[in-house]
Design a protein around this ligand. Structure first.
Ligand code: EPU
Length: 345
């Protein structure tokens, strides 16, 4: 991108320290602060430059400098877009903070997102990996996505089936759109059903509600319980830099699942509708000896082995070395492959 033609919302040579929750060092050749679809249209012509969308930076490992154009999503706005007998439809801009959106819907009396409280990141990032926690996934509440198609230079809408959501997966990851920003989420519309029922089956959440003696919790009380559980087990990125769960929970064939269960009868796992087995990666990492253990300036968190933490001033290469060491240890012990959740940039 020639410097003389830079639109005023694009900055050259930007320090990325503080822009990702793992707090890794790096610079971007160009960074555009995106507040509207119009700005995306202006940038659609810049084919030659590598592009990547940055939300809250909570799912990104910076391996070093980025030589392309970062689209920092800052599209704001939250509104009740519609209502019918069955549901409230809430729309939020891609740049909105996820947790603030959850709190805002609850304050307005529209329950449904409470189990996803305190997940770091932005609204626009949420559908890319179909965020989930405590028995609920974004896909359970998604109505549609508004997307900007950078190839054609125009907006388009994706309804829920078109998003092809699965466990920590979507059409964006399946098509690689999350890597080259060919299609960029600009806003998300949620469907929050009026026949709301509490989802309290997840063990950690159920235990917390029992401790609080809440047999019939409302949505706000569930959010409070989720916030308490998360705060106890997961490090606050502002204090201990991290990217949430660093690996996906592996899903293995019924056959491999059977072998693992014979090997370890107490293996925490869930049988999937197709018969495969989803195994707790945190447990595998703990059993492989990596819970609370460091390599260089990074380590696997002492209270939840699935979270990789930056103990201070680490480089992206140290994160990758630790990820590799943990994958190797789990492979040696269980013959199971761990797949990292964050995108390596
Ligand atoms: N476990 C261990 N040792 C550990 C960690 C976990 O033995 O160090 C065991 C636990 O005892 C439990 C099982 O593993 O039996 C599952 O652990 P947990 O309930 O903490 O959930 P998780 O599978 O580790 C997932 C999501 C989280 C989400 C929680 C709660 C993935 C990859 N992670 O973690 O998402 O908050 O469930 O629903 O699916 C995130 O992606 O950033 C994230 C935090």
């Amino acid at each position: 991108m020639p410097a003389r033609a830079l639109p005023d919302f694009v900055t050259a040579d930007v320090d990325l320290a503080g822009r990702t929750t793992l707090a890794l060092p790096g610079r971007a050749a160009y960074l555009a602060a995106i507040r509207s679809c119009r700005q995306l249209a202006q940038l659609a012509g810049w084919q030659a430059t590598r592009r990547f969308v940055l939300g809250g930076g909570s799912n990104v490992v910076l391996s070093g400098d980025f030589d392309g154009l970062l689209l920092q999503m800052a599209i704001a706005g939250r509104e009740l877009a519609g209502e019918d007998a069955e549901a409230w439809y809430v729309r939020a801009g891609a740049g909105e903070n996820w947790h603030q959106l959850v709190l805002w819907t609850l304050a307005n009396g529209w329950p449904g997102l409470e189990n996803l409280a305190l997940i770091p990141g932005t609204v626009g990032a949420a559908p890319i990996q179909n965020i989930g926690a405590y028995g609920l996934e974004l896909g359970d509440r998604l109505q549609s996505l508004e997307v900007f198609d950078m190839d054609r230079g125009r907006p388009l809408q994706l309804d829920r089936p078109a998003c092809r959501l699965a466990y920590r997966d979507s059409v964006f990851k399946q098509q690689g759109w999350h890597l080259d920003a060919r299609r960029v989420v600009t806003s998300v519309t949620f469907r929050l059903p009026k026949n709301w029922r509490p989802l309290t089956g997840y063990a950690d959440l159920a235990a917390e509600l029992e401790r609080r003696q809440l047999a019939r919790p409302d949505a706000r009380q569930i959010a409070d319980a989720v916030i308490a559980v998360r705060s106890r087990k997961l490090p606050d990125p502002a204090v201990v830099p991290n990217a949430g769960s660093f690996f996906q929970n592996p899903v293995v064939s019924a056959e491999i699942g059977e072998r693992l269960r014979r090997q370890c009868p107490d293996l925490p796992c869930h049988v999937q509708p197709d018969g495969r087995l989803k195994i707790a990666a945190g447990w595998l990492i703990e059993q492989a000896g990596w819970k609370g253990r460091d390599l260089g300036r990074v380590g696997m968190y002492e209270k939840q082995a699935l979270v990789l933490v930056n103990r201070g001033s680490a480089l992206g290469s140290e994160v990758m070395a630790l990820a590799q060491a943990v994958q190797d240890a789990v492979r040696r012990r269980f013959a199971v492959e761990l797949t990292p959740e964050p995108v390596v940039l």
